[in-house]
Design a protein around this ligand. Structure first.
Ligand SMILES: [Zn+2]
Length: 258
């Protein structure tokens, strides 16, 4: 079985000490492909250097996270444009809206989100969208500015998930589905079009049960996909295979089946 982690911050400092061990454990558990999310310029270049040696197994994404809106400058946007146009960058993200951390600057967040979508569209790269306490605005922006991509750690209802998949966006779910109070995550997993479902850790955050409260890492993906399979009433093999195919299609790889 091959597993996919579509959202992993493995170049964040939480992994400095045992980076090689983390990768070894992921490989041992069959987590074959990892989308490395980077949010700092230096981090992006380090991740690209690493991933370029093995581009099938590791993809790299870079974007200006909405949490950083207060530090935003045009110089940072120029850096962003320079980085995401590189071939070593597969996707633009995470980008989006976060009204949980930043309640004030909604208009500025929307404007930055739209500008980054436009760059991604010009480069024909998918977007990885972060949305927190901002579901309706996220949808409105993405409907008005069509692109392709995924919603990471999807926080919305099953009705919203359907609305996004109708626009062609993928829905990524993570460790939250293993939590006892994860009703909405379970509903989304149960009802979403299976061809649009992806798995992620969002490590080092959001560790699934039985690792909850500790640092998360890509090797925990099978714990998450096992719950997906239970919720859908299919085997974990079939679930893993579907997600692997979805990920290839999401990346726009040739020969990806539907
Ligand atoms: Zn993230």
């Amino acid at each position: 079985m091959n597993f996919i982690d579509s959202h992993a911050h493995i170049f964040s400092e939480e992994f400095n000490e045992d980076f090689e061990d983390v990768l070894r454990r992921a490989k041992k558990n069959g987590v074959t492909r990892i989308m490395i999310i980077t949010t700092e310029k230096e981090e992006a270049y380090r991740a690209m250097d690493f991933a370029q040696k093995d581009p099938y197994h590791y993809q790299v994404a870079y974007g200006i996270h909405p949490e950083y809106i207060r530090d935003f400058t045009e110089e940072k946007f120029r850096d962003f444009e320079e980085i995401v146009r590189l071939d070593a960058i597969t996707a633009v993200g995470e980008i989006g809206l976060d009204y949980h951390w930043e309640k004030e600057m909604k208009e500025e967040q929307k404007e930055l989100f739209i500008r980054q979508i436009e760059v991604a569209n010009r480069l024909n790269k998918p977007i990885l969208v972060h949305s927190r306490d901002a579901m309706q605005d996220t949808f409105d922006v993405m409907k008005a500015h069509p692109s392709r991509g995924l919603l990471h750690c999807f926080p919305g209802s099953i009705e919203m998930a359907h609305a996004f998949t109708k626009l062609g966006y993928y829905i990524a779910l993570g460790g939250a589905i293993t939590f006892k109070n994860a009703r909405h995550s379970v509903d989304v997993c149960k009802g979403v079009d299976l061809n649009y479902l992806l798995s992620e850790t969002d490590c080092p955050y959001m560790a699934p049960v039985p690792h909850r409260g500790h640092r998360n890492e890509p090797s925990y993906i099978p714990d998450i996909v096992k719950v997906f399979a239970e919720v859908r009433g299919i085997s974990i093999e079939e679930m893993a295979k579907t997600i692997e195919e979805n990920y290839a299609r999401f990346l726009g790889e040739e020969n990806a089946t539907h």
